[in-house]
Write a protein that binds this ligand. Structure first.
Ligand SMILES: *Cc1c(COP(=O)(O)O)cnc(C)c1O
Length: 465
């Protein structure tokens, strides 16, 4: 499989190069040249596969430059770290299926992709005799999932910036109690945006970036999207087994558009009608629901909500969907993204019919999130985290009677216990991996939000060839 940029500026590259490149060198995002189709017979023959076996079947259709036995080993290793036997189990509550994506080491869905990406990086670096220094900024969840993806791995060091005392105590400790020598946590005196700006500036210093083999681990990496396609297929198989010949709807709490884009790819791969409708659920940061409902894609101010991992305006994976919406016209995609960079908005009203065939959307208020957590607990004795509650509420609003609805549960409620406790009056029980975490030894450097200071620290601690 060859990969191309949404902006048309690079020659086709194979999968492993796309993984190491991350962002395409022309500023676009990488996509497979074609999306492989799965026939119904093939899909039915996957019914009895384990999660890892299914992951191999799905992913191998996008990868042709890693030997089969190596790819199998990488995948198997990535999912043994999950606490649930099925990796991403479905539980049934009322007329909804809840897809629990939070059984990985940091209790959020990002583990599904980052456990895989960490192992993939390790494999490719060993093969190329190279090293990688990963540099990223986090507002909470991504940092810990990335750290757990690469902790203890040879040929990789990871540097994660978080805003000092502006992430929850649990989130902070999930990062700083990882004491492996290759993990460097940096608390900066400043905001998440300050961290993000520093990272962007460091990456734009191309000489520095190349000298220190810097790499990113953010949600634009194609391998992350690919790993997420698997659980959409997994859920369809599970639901179809119970409700024969049916279509399946999904509701997806959305921030950077990564997860829902994986669902969009799954929909294109599977026999027509297998995935019927995808509900794009946002919190008060509603740029994407405005886009679906009105064709208006325009930036607003970032609002702080109880679902912080979705407090995002410009969604980093949006460009991938835009490319398909423009009928794979890279020149037009580039023009629109350049227009967006200048004006902070683009008008896509003319594409409304197609957009609405692909998605329906709802934006869920803070009050509704809290009410949903409370009512779901009362009715089903099941605790939703605030991100999942956004998706569940949107599913309730958009559900069609008779069509099964799968809601993605993107985080364990114990990660957001303050919000949950305020809604239901009791705190969710604490999973084993979080017990006593606040008392564990931690390691973290506190620094000013100054690019030069961070750069100096990275250069002193970076792995070299
Ligand atoms: C990252 C995240 C999301 C948003 O997913 P995107 O792929 O960025 O749309 C939702 N919920 C949780 C808990 C997350 O960590």
């Amino acid at each position: 499989m060859q990969y191309l940029s949404t902006r048309g500026g690079i020659s086709p590259i194979p999968f492993t190069e796309a993984v190491m490149m991350g962002l395409a060198e022309d500023g676009g995002l990488l996509l497979p040249r074609t999306i492989p189709r799965i026939g119904s017979d093939t899909l039915n023959s996957w019914q009895k596969l384990s999660y890892a076996e299914l992951a191999f079947e799905v992913m191998s259709r996008f990868v042709d430059d890693i030997p089969i036995s190596d790819l199998k080993k990488i995948i198997n290793r990535s999912y043994t770290t999950f606490k649930a036997e099925e990796v991403t189990p479905l539980v049934h509550k009322g007329d909804l299926h809840i897809l629990e994506l939070f059984h990985g080491p940091t209790l959020a869905f990002k583990d599904v992709a980052l456990q895989f990406l960490g192992n993939l990086f390790e494999y490719l670096l060993a093969k190329n005799q190279s090293v990688l220094n990963i540099l990223g900024a986090t507002s909470g969840d991504t940092g810990s999932a990335a750290i757990y993806g690469v902790r203890g791995k040879e040929r990789i060091n990871i540097f994660i910036l978080h805003p000092h005392q502006r992430v929850s105590l649990v989130q902070e400790k999930q990062m700083t109690t990882v004491l492996d020598a290759n993990v460097f946590n940096i608390a900066i005196r400043g905001s998440f945006d300050d961290g993000q700006t520093i990272i962007k500036k460091i990456f734009s210093d191309i000489a520095f970036k190349n000298r220190y083999h810097l790499g990113a681990i953010n949600s634009i990496n194609w391998a992350r999207v690919l790993a997420q396609v698997v659980y959409f297929v997994h859920s369809c198989l599970h639901v179809i087994k119970h409700e024969k010949d049916s279509s399946v709807d999904f509701s997806i709490p959305t921030g950077n558009f990564g997860d829902i884009f994986a669902g969009f790819i799954a929909k294109k791969m599977l026999p027509a009608g297998t995935i019927r409708q995808m509900v794009l659920a946002t919190n008060d940061n509603d740029i994407l629901s405005r886009f679906v409902n009105k064709g208006d894609y325009s930036l607003g101010e970032v609002k702080i909500t109880s679902s912080p991992s979705m407090d995002i305006q410009a969604a980093s994976n949006f460009e991938r969907y835009l490319f398909y919406l423009m009928d794979s016209d890279a020149a037009r995609t580039r023009e629109l993204m350049e227009e967006f960079a200048v004006n902070g908005k683009i008008d896509l009203c003319g594409y409304q019919d197609q957009i609405r065939r692909d998605f329906v959307a709802a934006s869920i208020s803070e009050t509704a999130v809290s009410e949903t957590i409370a009512s779901f607990y009362k009715q089903h004795d099941y605790i939703l985290d605030p991100h999942t509650a956004v998706g569940v509420k949107a599913a309730q609003l958009c559900k069609t009677v008779g069509v099964p609805m799968v809601c993605l549960a993107t985080a364990h409620p114990a990660k957001f216990s303050t919000v949950v406790e305020a809604a239901i009056g009791t705190a969710p029980s604490v999973p084993e991996c979080l017990t006593g975490i606040t008392d564990k030894p931690a390691r973290c450097e506190l620094m000013d939000a100054d690019m030069k200071i961070i750069q100096e620290f990275v250069s002193r601690n970076a792995l070299r060839l």
